[in-house]
Design a protein around this ligand. Structure first.
Ligand SMILES: Cc1ncc(C[n+]2csc(CCOP(=O)(O)OP(=O)(O)O)c2C)c(N)n1
Length: 551
């Protein structure tokens, strides 16, 4: 038994033992013991945000970039309910987090049920682990368990509730050391089966998904592609795993179906699907007696009506790809010409659109301008709106985690906090949030946090004065244009009221200069950029589908 110490001090020691650098959050009075203990930490910085969602999106983005658990904090009841979207975001998106909430004393309380919700039950279905600490002595094991589960493949969200009386009691235990567990390797038999199927196929294609977005996996996939010459498509969250300037890149599955890259996949007779997670919008739909699919992942495929792979290679993905690459003998009979034709047609279609300098700004032109303004390792963080499709399709991505987007929960409101976290982690790199006016306003109050933290950051607001994505779907489904427009603040004045720097795009000629200026100049920049969404439906829903079908 260790010496007695306050449980909240032990809690902070355990976080320190896990290597935690930041705790993001909005404390309530139920967290005050923990706050006091945090104030003594030389390792952990408290980052106060203006909404629990901002804290959670930042913590999740920390997890996404580093693979380490991002930690965020809130009070009971309303603080916990405000956390929920960010918890779900990290769980579905595979980003390791620990959400900590306070609670009224669980042994003796004189407050009736004021503010009390069963937060652990609420967190249960959206986390890998949700637990109420009922004794200070259990803190080390429960924290270790939370971090283990958060970081283990598939990474995700965990939750611990620390009630006031438990935080204040004496504890007699000490932090547990982090354990290093190697992931099991794929079985040789499964590898052989996959190699045989690929060698026997005529037109294999590789699809790279969210789970492949790990450093070593990217390197192995690159070697695999170089050795075999098999072309590849990515999902939205697989973007950047391999440099998209690679001549065998066939596109990103940003639309649901009918895009050039979907036709290329349709042309294949075998799909090697690496790191796929059914939580992402499917890059292809499986059919009975259709194309054969090999699932290469850390976990077996979750069965879904559109996903039931015939061959599974389960184990550490990087190692599995390495094993397949070592064994495989590239075949003269493999053909990829047709797939590359689709890619060429895609580029020929996009190119003139990207050069269209109309004003308000045309989305494909905007995408190209941002790509040209951003350095290779610059990071763009997308909120959720119709522009996400344009960026996923048309923004060539060169390095992993340089396009952060959410194709899992697909929640609005994460663009700004996730860019803030990126700017904090990589102060030497250029970072830009790209948000719709709707998504930006969902967490715009975090501008104050960004200014307070002294971040260097550009925030581009695509202004159409509407929930554009839904307006597009409304038009597409033949409904009348109704109920989806709103007004906006003057974004330049809005920025200035926070101590940020406001810019207004008034012509497409100036767009590039403004982008370059904000990326080069320190401070938080907000750019009000009017967009022209009038052709979204025509291009994304008709032109692309018609053109690719005719090829
Ligand atoms: C939190 C949340 N609420 C609602 C939605 C549904 N939704 C998806 S996109 C969208 C509109 C986004 O509007 P905006 O941010 O202005 O971007 P735009 O599509 O206009 O470019 C809505 C309401 C969502 N994904 N997330």
């Amino acid at each position: 038994m260790s010496e007695a110490k306050k449980a909240s001090d032990l809690f902070v020691e355990c976080l320190e033992a896990e290597g935690v650098e930041y705790v993001f959050g909005v404390p309530g009075e139920e967290n005050l013991d923990l706050l006091e203990s945090l104030s003594d930490s030389k390792q952990i910085k408290l980052v106060l945000t203006r909404h629990e969602q901002g804290a959670g999106f930042m913590a999740a983005t920390y997890g996404r970039h580093t693979g380490k658990t991002g930690v965020f904090l809130a009070t009971l009841g309303p603080g916990a309910t405000n956390m929920v979207t960010a918890v779900a975001y990290s769980q579905l998106g595979g980003m390791p987090t620990l959400a900590i909430t306070g609670q009224k004393p669980i042994k003796h309380s004189k407050q009736g049920r004021f503010q009390i919700l069963d937060v652990v039950a609420m967190m249960h279905p959206i986390t890998k682990f949700a637990h109420q600490l009922a004794s200070g002595d259990n803190i080390p094991s429960r924290i270790r368990e939370a971090f283990r589960l958060a970081e283990e493949e598939k990474p995700g969200a965990t939750h611990l509730e620390l009630p006031e009386d438990i935080a204040a009691e004496d504890a007699f235990t000490q932090p547990l050391p982090r354990s290093v567990a190697r992931r099991p390797s794929a079985e040789e038999k499964a590898v052989r089966q996959a190699v045989k199927a690929i060698e026997a196929s005529k037109k294999p294609v590789l699809v790279i998904g969210a789970g492949a977005n790990r450093k070593l996996t990217g390197r192995m996939l690159y070697q695999f592609i170089e050795k075999t010459g098999i072309p590849f498509v990515t999902t939205q969250m697989g973007k950047g795993v391999i440099d998209e300037r690679h001549p065998l890149f066939l596109g990103c599955a940003a639309l649901s179906a009918g895009d050039f890259c979907h036709r290329a996949i349709d042309d294949a007779d075998l799909i090697i699907n690496v790191g796929h997670d059914v939580i992402e919008k499917p890059p292809f739909f499986m059919e009975h007696d259709g194309t054969q699919v090999i699932h290469v992942s850390n976990n077996t495929a979750e069965v879904d009506p559109v996903y039931f792979p015939q061959i599974e290679v389960i184990g550490d993905i990087a190692n599995a790809i390495w094993q397949i690459k070592q064994d495989i003998v590239p075949q003269q009979t493999w053909s990829r010409d047709r797939m590359l034709e689709y890619r060429a047609a895609d580029i020929a279609h996009s190119d003139p659109l990207e050069q269209d300098t109309r004003f308000p700004i045309f989305p494909p032109h905007l995408v190209r301008q941002i790509r040209q303004a951003m350095p290779e390792d610059g990071i763009i963080c997308l909120d959720n709106g119709v522009y996400k499709i344009w960026f996923a399709r048309n923004y060539p991505t060169y390095l992993p985690n340089t396009v952060l987007l959410d194709n899992a929960l697909a929640s609005m409101g994460a663009g700004l906090p996730s860019a803030m976290m990126s700017a904090m982690l990589y102060p030497e790199r250029k970072v830009m949030a790209v948000c719709g006016d709707g998504g930006f306003m969902m967490n715009s109050q975090e501008l104050e946090t960004a200014v307070r933290l002294g971040l260097n950051l550009s925030v581009l607001i695509l202004r159409d004065d509407a929930y554009g994505m839904i307006r597009w779907k409304q038009a597409n489904m033949g409904f009348k244009d109704w109920g989806l427009t709103y007004g906006n603040p003057d974004f330049v004045q809005y920025a200035e009221s926070y101590g940020a720097i406001g810019h207004r795009v008034t012509s497409s000629v100036h767009l590039r200069d403004i982008l370059s200026h904000t990326l080069e100049t320190p401070g938080v920049h907000l750019i009000d950029c009017p967009v022209d969404y009038t052709e979204n439906d025509q291009i994304l829903n008709h032109d692309i589908k018609d053109l690719s079908a005719k090829l």
